[in-house]
Design a protein around this ligand. Sequence first.
Ligand SMILES: Nc1ncnc2c1ncn2[C@@H]1O[C@H](COP(=O)(O)OP(=O)(O)OP(=O)(O)O)[C@@H](O)[C@H]1O
Length: 247
Amino acid sequence: MSALLAVRDLRRNYGAIRAVDGVSFTVAPGEILGVIGPNGSGKTTLFNAILGQVRPSAGQVLFDGRDVTGFGPVRLARLGIGRTFQTLQVFASLSVRDNLIAAAQEFAGSPGRRLFARPDAGLAARAEEMIELFRLGHVAHRPAGTLSYGQQKLVDIAMAFMPAPRLVLLDEPCAGVNPTLIAQLADLLRRLNREHRASFVLIEHNMDFVMTLCERVICLAQGRLLADGSPAQVQSDRAVLEAYLGA
Ligand SMILES: Nc1ncnc2c1ncn2[C@@H]1O[C@H](COP(=O)(O)OP(=O)(O)OP(=O)(O)O)[C@@H](O)[C@H]1O
């Protein structure tokens, strides 16, 4: 089966720092891939270079066989790639429901179509679907800023799923989230994967989460790919253990 995402020899330098130093990997349709590595190993820069948020110094990104290297987030979202950030992207004063609608509006159609469409045309039903899936019904009317951090994180992730992406890159979805919500999040991502056919690449320091959710894991260290295999293989890889101990 051809890859949904193919990253080829991707590089990003900051002056003398090789933040991403020749990384190659693929994501198959339907796959959940974990990205691990010590602090400063290049994980977020890798996401930023894939998603056109920083310009790659070299290398290629292919989505569904198409060269999308350097495409910006809006263009990529229209092709079916979404992302979340380490920091929350919710609008604190908007209700949860309006946050969801706003997230999808940003990516819906041409500027002309958006200008003449009803503000929530076609999106309200999708927002309700996400509210139900993410179990946010009891807080859907509340300003997002009044929710707990973990609940806001769920809203943030639900926002990334509003345009029905085929691939979502999640940057530390568990950070700052309590264990109960982490279990709920793992369950949700499994459902989005199975029932909505979404593929994920997720950066995460919570190893239990990575090991139970991901079918494959890659490990970065100093910008380079150190290991690529099953969770069990990567967890017991000598180079991976040394990179963590030396970090
Ligand atoms: N905008 C920037 N300017 C200069 N150097 C940068 C910039 N962004 C990242 N770096 C450097 O690139 C390297 C990789 O950083 P990056 O944030 O991608 O690592 P990370 O694995 O995501 O770390 P963490 O797990 O702490 O989030 C680090 O040495 C970092 O200092």
